[in-house]
Write a protein of this length. Structure first.
Length: 194
């Protein structure tokens, strides 16, 4: 979970956090040990939720596309949507709901404008596969393909403030925020508030 370092640096120790799409809770355990947080999770996969609960974690089975309205407004210090926005049915609606649950949200996602993806399409004429996107096009869970520029435009349109942003690229190393992140970043991380 090395790539979570960027997110962990944004999270204050002792924070109350909701993790969306938390799977078996590994991400919650990681944050509990490093940031001493109070972690809660929601995931659609019943087996993964059972595994998380068996490990003593506060995780519920639910669909983040429809069940976020069950939580009280501003009930968390952070909501973390790590590598999941692109698989949501209506990410714009879900992001608006997330912003009602916390003053700070963290969203991370693969950048579909990454140079390796662009070159893969250019030279092969097929949907490319990378380490982050290893799926065949017909098996991909990603239903919304978007870029860093697309996401920033969305934030501007929705009047969502980008507090901080970071990017990783070749071999998971940090990529400069100023040196064409939309081209050279494989993965993007945003700390947001409304």
């Amino acid at each position: 979970m090395k790539k979570l370092g960027i997110i962990k640096n944004w999270v204050k120790e002792g924070s109350k956090i909701l993790f969306l799409g938390c799977g078996n809770g590994e991400i919650i355990k990681s944050f509990k040990s490093s940031n001493k947080i109070k972690g809660f999770g929601i995931d659609i996969d019943e087996n993964k939720v059972y595994e998380a609960i068996s490990n003593g974690l506060s995780v519920i089975q639910g669909d983040i596309n429809s069940d976020l309205t069950d939580y009280p407004k501003k009930s968390f210090d952070y909501v973390i949507a790590h590598d999941i926005i692109q698989v949501m049915t209506k990410p714009d609606v879900t992001i608006r709901q997330i912003l009602e649950l916390s003053d700070k949200i963290i969203i991370s996602f693969p950048n579909f404008a990454y140079i390796k993806i662009r070159l893969g399409i250019l030279f092969s004429g097929r949907m490319p596969k990378t380490k982050i996107l290893p799926y065949e096009w017909y098996r991909s869970p990603n239903i919304h393909l978007f870029t860093i520029k697309d996401f920033k435009d969305f934030c501007k349109k929705e009047d969502i403030q980008i507090v901080d942003q970071n990017f990783t690229g070749f071999n998971k190393k940090y990529v400069s925020k100023l040196f064409f992140p939309n081209l050279f970043s494989e993965f993007a991380y945003f700390l947001l508030k409304k």
